[in-house]
Structures are given as structure tokens and as C-alpha cells.
Design a protein around this ligand. Structure first.
Ligand code: BV8
Ligand code: ZN
Length: 248
């Protein structure tokens, strides 16, 4: 990544009326939230996140999956938004409505905690808890929940579960449609900290490019999405994103 590359991408961001940003676990890495593929440390090392983050995994061992989310919630609660999250929130405030739309795959809530308001949480939010039977019960404050076993729904008696989209589950159609609309109408799509492996989110950059947007990838490592990008900036989010959004 050269300074000229960053300046080129920065000029596109400045010239654009609408910037969309697709973020993945990598934008939270510098906040100390492990990325999805390296989340498995310590006692979780022997479990596959794809199995834990699935309806079958929960049905097979609700306590194990619940304790994994309790552990992740505690990690997220200790995390702070980093310079990348904060730069996106500042850019949204400076540009006004529609100027910056964040489409995140992350469930850690750090974009909203940084101050971003136009945020589409494609995969939900692990700080919110809902009823497995979708009867309408929902809690936003996890502190009242037990740590070891999932509680039962006070209304219908089913298990409670984190309000996230598990592998094999459909995404909320309204959120997915809003994400698609955001990338179709943007002039520039920044793709920050995602390996581009999880669909349908990973299909959004190609949709943006087909709709005429410039696609800029920010990632220290190669990804599945690099081939379809207008420009790849091989660097870390907390270093590169603030430079791209730096006001003149
Ligand atoms: C669905 C919530 C319909 C849970 C998550 C084709 C079409 C549709 C579906 C599929 C398909 N093919 C396969 C599927 C099924 C599946 C899928 O995509 N599987 C993949 C793995 C092949 N998709 C689904 O099941 C989706 N549902 O499509 O419904 C359907 C149903 C059944 C069958 C067919 C279709 C639901 C997917 C949602 C899953 N839930 N999260 C939870 O978190 O507990 S996804 C999970 O992975 C996280 O949200 C995470 O964000 C996401 C993606 O991972 P990344 O964010 O990219 O993170 P990762 O660790 O992979 O990469 C980190 C990146 O950061 C790396 O590139 C690294 O280099 C970079 N990085 C590191 N440090 C930094 C950095 N970058 C910048 N700065 C740094 N400092
Ligand atoms: Zn219920």
C-alpha cells in the first residue's frame, strides 16, 4: 500500500456524496474483539465457531452455546471502539443524513457505541437476547441474564437465545434489503476487515461494483473479495480508515 494509493482512495471518498462501508470482524480486532476465525482461544479452542453459532449447535447443547456467548459478551463489554469506528462516526456526523451508511457483519455493537447511527447490523447484536420461539420477548440488557444456562422465556417457556443470525438461518429480509439498497446507491464502498467468506453479506461488494461504485478494500491480508475491488489497501483498519475519511 503506497501513500499515493491512500490519497487516491481518499479523493474518491471526498468526491462522493454517498459512502457505504461493509465491515467484518477485522475492524474490531484492534479493539481486542477476536475475529471470527481466531475467536477460538483458551477453553473455546476445541470448538468450531460454525457449529456453536448454529441452531443445531444450540439445540445439541444450549448451555455450551450460551456460555460461549456469555464469554463473548464479556469480551465485547470490555472492548472500546477504535480509531476506525470513531472516524466512521465522525464522517457520518460531518456529512449528514445518507452521507455514510455502515453495513456490518459484526454483532459487537461497536459502531453504535462509537456514535454511528446509520448502521445495518446484518447479523444482529449479541448484547440483545430474544425468545427462540420468536414470541416477541426481547431483552437489551444482558447483565440481568444468568451466565451458565440459557433462561426460559417468561412469556412462552421456550429457551432464550442471543439475537444474532446463526449459520443456516435467514437474515432479516428488511435489513438485507436495506444493505443492498445502500451499496447500490453509493459512489464508494469501503470493505473493511472481512474475509469475504460468509454469504449473503460477501455478495454485497460485487453488487456495489455492478451498480457503478468504486470498491476499496482495507485489510492487512488477501481476501476472497480482492479480485473484484477497484483498489486494495493492504493495511489495518485503525490506521487506514481515519486517513481515508480525514477532512481536507
Ligand atoms: C443464509 C453471527 C439462507 C453469529 C455470523 C450462499 C448463499 C447464501 C448462504 C450460503 C451460501 N453458501 C453458504 C451459505 C451458508 C452460510 C455461509 O455463508 N457459509 C460460509 C462460511 C460458506 N451463510 C449462512 O448461513 C447465512 N444464512 O444465507 O440463509 C441460507 C440458509 C441455509 C442454506 C443456504 C442459504 C447466515 C450467515 C450469518 C452467520 N452469522 N455471525 C455470531 O457471530 O455468533 S457470521 C460471522 O462471520 C460473524 O458475523 C463475522 O463477522 C462473519 C464473517 O466473518 P468476517 O467478519 O469476515 O471475519 P473473519 O474472521 O472471517 O475475517 C476477519 C478479517 O479481518 C480477515 O480478512 C482479516 O485479515 C481481517 N483483519 C484482521 N485484523 C484486521 C483486519 N482487517 C482490518 N484491520 C485489522 N486490524
Ligand atoms: Zn417466548
Amino acid at each position: 500500500m503506497t501513500a499515493a494509493d491512500v490519497d487516491r482512495a481518499r479523493s474518491w471518498v471526498h468526491a462522493s456524496g454517498r459512502v457505504a462501508v461493509l465491515t467484518g470482524a477485522g475492524i474490531s480486532a484492534e479493539s481486542g474483539v477476536p475475529t471470527f476465525r481466531d475467536a477460538q482461544t483458551g477453553l473455546w479452542a476445541k470448538y468450531d465457531p460454525m457449529t456453536l453459532a448454529s441452531p443445531d449447535g444450540f439445540r445439541r447443547d444450549p448451555g455450551l452455546v450460551w456460555r460461549w456467548y456469555t464469554w463473548r459478551r464479556e469480551r465485547v463489554a470490555q472492548a472500546r471502539p477504535n480509531a476506525a469506528h470513531l472516524a466512521l462516526a465522525r464522517a457520518e456526523a460531518a456529512r449528514g443524513a445518507g452521507g455514510v451508511t455502515v453495513v456490518t457483519q459484526n454483532v459487537d455493537g461497536l459502531h453504535r457505541r462509537a456514535g454511528s447511527r446509520a448502521v445495518i447490523e446484518l447479523h444482529g447484536n449479541l448484547m440483545r437476547t430474544v425468545c427462540l420461539a420468536r414470541c416477541g420477548t426481547a431483552f437489551d440488557d444482558p447483565s440481568a441474564l444468568p451466565a451458565g444456562e440459557p433462561p426460559k422465556c417468561p412469556r412462552c417457556g421456550a429457551w432464550l437465545r442471543p439475537d444474532v443470525v446463526w449459520f443456516g438461518e435467514m437474515l432479516d429480509p428488511d435489513r438485507l434489503e436495506a444493505a443492498r439498497a445502500a451499496v447500490q446507491r453509493c459512489d464508494v464502498l469501503l470493505v473493511v476487515g472481512t474475509s469475504g467468506l460468509v454469504y449473503p453479506a460477501a455478495g454485497l461488494p460485487a453488487l456495489a461494483a455492478r451498480s457503478g461504485a468504486r470498491v476499496v478494500i482495507v485489510n492487512p491480508h488477501p481476501t476472497e473479495l480482492d479480485g473484484g475491488a477497484t483498489l486494495v489497501l493492504r493495511g489495518a483498519a485503525a490506521e487506514v480508515v481515519p486517513r481515508l475519511l480525514q477532512p481536507d
